[in-house]
Design a protein around this ligand. Structure first.
Ligand SMILES: [Zn+2]
Length: 200
């Protein structure tokens, strides 16, 4: 058996491979960053991403043992991918700041059992649904980047759109009538009087 050194583990963690159960048991934390371009599945159909640090995904993972002794990983993913608005076709930056809690189970079988359990938990109250950690099969060589990519996929809108497209309102409206525009520019005689009064 090869015993991993601390240095080896740190390097592995940086590459996104962690001993998930060990992380949970000891309460370990690791972080890293990678260019968005490395996440091919999440970037499919998106424009080229910036090559500087603005085009990077940053992640932090923290292990924890839950109240019932369950192994948990808390993952925080931040990125700012460039998307193309499907209304005006202009690119825009879409900030992602996502947290997810993963409940590590030991086998696929436990994953299936977990579904019933999750359904029961959901009956307790609607608020619990979002908070209930997602079950995943943990391992000693857990691919964290797979989870990071899942978060990217989940958080990137399928049809990206500006809340308000920058040019649309000006292009579509005919604009004020010329007379109205002039009237707005000309100061009202009352406003001029007010200014004169303030001077004295
Ligand atoms: Zn737009």
């Amino acid at each position: 058996m090869v015993k991993e050194t601390l240095v080896g583990q740190t390097r592995a963690a940086r590459a996104g491979i962690i001993d998930a159960f060990d992380f949970a048991r000891v309460g370990k934390e690791a972080s890293g960053s990678l260019p968005l371009a490395r996440f091919g599945r999440a970037m499919e159909g998106l424009p080229l991403q910036p090559r500087d640090e603005t085009g990077e995904v940053r992640w932090v993972v923290r292990g924890e043992t839950g109240r019932q002794g369950e192994s948990l990983l808390h993952l925080h993913v931040r990125a700012a991918p460039v998307l193309v608005c499907q209304r005006c076709m202009e690119p825009f930056v879409y900030p992602i700041d996502a947290h997810v809690s993963l409940h590590l189970v030991k086998s696929e079988a436990e994953l299936d059992n977990g579904l019933d359990e999750a359904a029961l938990e959901a009956d307790d109250g609607a608020d619990d649904i979002d908070d209930a950690p997602e079950k995943v099969v943990g391992s000693r060589h857990f691919d964290l980047l797979e989870q990071v990519e899942d978060e990217l996929v989940l958080n990137i809108p399928y049809v990206p759109r500006h809340d308000v497209c920058p040019d649309t309102p000006l292009k579509t409206s005919a604009g004020p009538a010329p007379d109205e525009a002039d009237a707005e520019k000309r100061p009202s005689p009352f406003a001029v009087l007010e200014k004169l009064k303030q001077k004295h």
